[in-house]
Write a new protein. Structure first.
Length: 354
């Protein structure tokens, strides 16, 4: 193969990468808008997901337009930090101090790295190559420690007793692959030039995978009866009684409502709050009583089970029991109240659709 042919192939590959960067940037922008409009989890989780999608947009746009590498690298570190805190929210249902502090340290080290690299390039100081590589390895080591620890804790915190936990596990399995690929790609970039075609191709695949990860997030994460902003009518003392993240994790993510013996007293003990304060909190945030919230959540969960092909062979009684209803009559009564019609109609509609 002649040199001209090699240059022609490299030029063609550059064009393919440019089109791919544009496609991923556009997809990330669409996902950012989708999250902004449709995601109804607590504000901090919504902001983290939007931060990830917007950083993917900025990063690929920067690579497409050959913007200053500071923009590219800052987008990368913010993407990494947002990922740390996203996993922390999913398993601990709050921001953990250790993760926040290590994230700040990573950001600080990364800024030092960027400036050191820039100084080395401007002054042609080859002697700085190894100190810079060592700093990169430290950053990657901290990143690997955080992600490994958080994923292990996330999987340990979830059980297989409900469909929600199973879906979160499947969803987070993709993040393990994405982050592992990202870490190894960054290790490779420590010893190879950042413009190496293998590095650039891997980065593109990782960014596309991250977009898929956001786009195919579990649908139930978009639905919650809690408002993101609790509004002016939310009294201060109620807000001090209970953090919304704690309630959402215990009631929705851990599917407390499917417990046949679910009660306000027991939930208050789990959340370590007073019964009256919890009752007031539920009414202020959902405009429903505890009993209505439980039954409506069970109806929503029943619909989720029907929509899942995993439960095609289950009877209405079996699905009713999985949803937390003590009797079939209770299911029918609440289904009509919160959904309309009866469960049999929904099952027949699905069967006809198949």
């Amino acid at each position: 193969m002649q040199i001209n042919d090699i240059f022609l192939l490299l030029n063609m590959f550059d064009q393919i990468l440019s089109h791919a960067y544009a496609a991923v940037a556009f997809l990330a922008l669409i996902i950012s808008i989708d999250l902004l409009l449709n995601f109804k989890r607590p504000l901090i989780l919504k902001l983290l997901l939007i931060s990830i999608s917007f950083c993917l947009f900025t990063l690929n746009l920067s690579l497409l337009l050959n913007l200053h590498y500071f923009i590219t690298e800052i987008s990368r570190i913010i993407l990494l930090i947002s990922g740390f805190n996203l996993i922390s929210i999913l398993y601990a249902h709050k921001l953990k101090k250790e993760v926040v502090y290590l994230s700040l340290i990573l950001f600080f080290l990364f800024i030092i790295l960027l400036n050191a690299d820039n100084y080395k390039t401007l002054h042609h100081l080859e002697a700085m190559n190894w100190p810079i590589k060592i700093l990169k390895i430290i950053i990657l080591g901290i990143s690997m420690y955080l992600f490994t620890k958080q994923h292990l804790q996330l999987f340990k915190s979830l059980n297989d007793k409900n469909i929600y936990s199973a879906k979160i596990k499947k969803w987070t399995s993709l993040t393990i692959l994405i982050i592992a690929a990202g870490i190894f790609n960054n290790i490779a970039s420590t010893f190879l030039t950042g413009q190496h075609y293998i590095i650039r191709s891997n980065s593109l695949i990782i960014h596309l995978s991250a977009c898929i990860f956001l786009f195919y997030r579990p649908a139930f994460l978009n639905r919650t009866e809690l408002s993101i902003m609790l509004g002016k009518s939310f009294r201060k003392h109620v807000e001090e009684v209970l953090a919304s993240d704690n309630f959402i994790f215990e009631f929705y993510t851990s599917s407390y409502f499917v417990n046949n013996n679910a009660s306000l007293d027991e939930l208050a003990k789990k959340l370590q709050v007073g019964k009256d304060g919890l009752s007031e909190y539920i009414y202020e945030t959902t405009k429903m009583s505890f009993s209505d919230l439980v039954n409506k959540s069970r109806v929503d969960y029943f619909i989720t089970l029907i929509e899942s092909n995993k439960y095609n062979d289950y009877t209405i009684d079996a699905l009713s029991e999985l949803s937390g209803f003590g009797t079939r009559q209770s299911l029918h009564r609440n289904f009509k109240k919160f959904h309309g019609g009866n469960p049999s109609d929904l099952l027949r509609a699905k069967a006809d659709g198949n």
